[in-house]
Design a protein around this ligand. Structure first.
Ligand SMILES: [Zn+2]
Ligand SMILES: [Zn+2]
Length: 425
């Protein structure tokens, strides 16, 4: 979707009626419409962690650049939906809120014995740098929204620390991985070993490895994984790794905030450890494609006109090269289509280009930043909320959670919200 269609239906909320906006983290699907929302609600403050604000600043300005380019190249006349100046103006109304403090929607931190009619508190969500779940308390009731969460350690991000004792009346929970059971015996460490082995084999074929990644989160996790391989002697130190410009800016924030946010390996400086080459949109077509190198390029789903999509055109039909998927790709995206294709199939990267024969070595790994459905189920059973609202998942993912949680917790009400319809909490 592009243009106005890509926006949520913000018209459902009467203009200038919102007091406060809580932002859980700065991934594009959460932050992308914020300047438009804040334009419609000029008195609303936005509450987010300091890390989310720093990342959001970069993400939103990048968004303006992408929209300006799409206006020019693809004639999307609705773009840009907001300007650089508007991003800066909206960021002035973002208030930094730290983890584990009660906060009022007037923007004040509450003392231990102070009350506010409505207050909220952030809990580390373990998904990416700065990500939180939020507990909202008022009138003797509690609502907890998980945002995107991971209950297990990744390589940089440490597992979520969500409340387990406090009763939750209404839980709004993400369901991203409801459709994918965790393979028997899966561990992240074993998956890292499998990737190390696959990289060695890929280099033995005499080719390069392209890894489509999201700029935020996945890139930094991959750099940390590669750094671990260097330390274990599984990867040559100094092996050339290429990442995009936006990825580099976001990695700088990860490095800068390394000691200020709960994470694993707080002493690891990712850019120092890997010294990646920075690729910009302009030079991707001239980028040397050389054996023994890793090209960790955005976007993760190989969306048209992105670095990974353009660069993969040179790799797909060459049997000596490899293409590794390490995260989610929508089945309808170019990445999703290639991932499910077989060698010898013809695949299309771009609607404006002829199809190509798939001949390179394609492999998939699971380094998801989202909680497994098993870990979400275990936590929900522990807190046993009275009402559970299922969001952020495809229909089959939501359906698995609906059935499973209904039988686990027969006294709870499970709600699948209908887009555009108001829901009483
Ligand atoms: Zn996210
Ligand atoms: Zn999300």
């Amino acid at each position: 979707m592009e243009g106005l269609e890509a926006l949520p239906d913000l018209g459902i909320i009467p203009d200038d009626s919102v007091d406060g906006i809580v932002l859980t983290h700065a991934h594009q699907d959460h932050v992308g419409a914020i300047p438009v929302l804040m334009r419609r609600h000029p008195r609303a403050r936005l509450f987010a962690t300091d890390a989310t604000k720093q990342i959001g600043d970069v993400m939103l300005h990048n968004s303006v650049n992408v929209m300006l380019r799409m206006r020019e190249e693809k004639n999307v006349t609705a773009y840009p939906l907001f300007t650089h100046r508007e991003v800066d103006a909206s960021l002035k109304r973002w208030q930094n809120v730290p983890l584990r403090h009660r906060w009022s929607f007037d923007g004040e931190r509450l003392g231990p014995n102070e009350e506010a009619p409505l207050n909220f508190e952030f809990y580390d969500a373990g998904h990416i740098l700065g990500s939180v779940g939020v507990m909202i308390r008022g009138e003797g009731r509690t609502v907890f929204y998980t945002g995107d969460v991971n209950f297990d350690n990744q390589t940089v991000s440490s597992a979520a620390r969500f409340p387990e004792e406090e009763p939750i009346d209404v839980l709004i929970i993400e369901t991203t991985r409801g459709d994918s059971p965790l393979p028997e015996g899966f561990t992240r460490a074993a998956e890292e070993q499998r990737l190390a082995e696959a990289l060695r084999e890929a280099f033995d074929r005499g080719g390069a490895v392209v890894i489509p990644v999201f700029a935020l989160g996945k890139t930094q996790e991959l750099l940390a994984i590669l750094s671990g391989m260097q330390d274990r002697g599984q990867l040559v130190r100094g092996l050339p790794v290429y990442i995009g410009g936006l990825s580099t800016k976001l990695t700088e924030i990860y490095d800068k905030l390394a000691g200020q946010w709960p994470r694993l390996k707080p002493d690891l400086q990712l850019l120092d450890a890997i010294s990646p080459f920075v690729v910009t949109g302009r030079d991707v077509t001239e980028l040397p494609l050389k054996r023994g190198r890793i090209y960790a390029l955005t976007s993760g789903m190989m969306t048209e006109n992105t670095l990974s999509n353009i660069f993969a055109g040179r790799v797909l039909s060459q049997p000596e090269h490899s293409l590794f998927f390490i995260g989610y790709a929508d089945p309808e995206s170019p990445g999703g289509r290639i991932r499910s294709a077989k060698n010898g199939d013809s695949v299309r990267l771009d609607s404006g280009l002829p199809p190509q024969e798939l001949a390179c070595n394609v492999q998939s790994f699971n380094f998801s930043a989202h909680a497994s459905r098993e870990s979400i189920r275990a936590w929900v059973n522990k807190v046993a909320p009275k009402k559970i609202v299922l969001v952020h998942g495809d229909a089959p993912a939501i359906e698995w959670f609906r059935q499973t949680l209904q039988s686990d917790l027969p006294n709870s009400e499970i709600v699948v919200p209908v887009p555009g319809e108001p829901l009483e909490l």
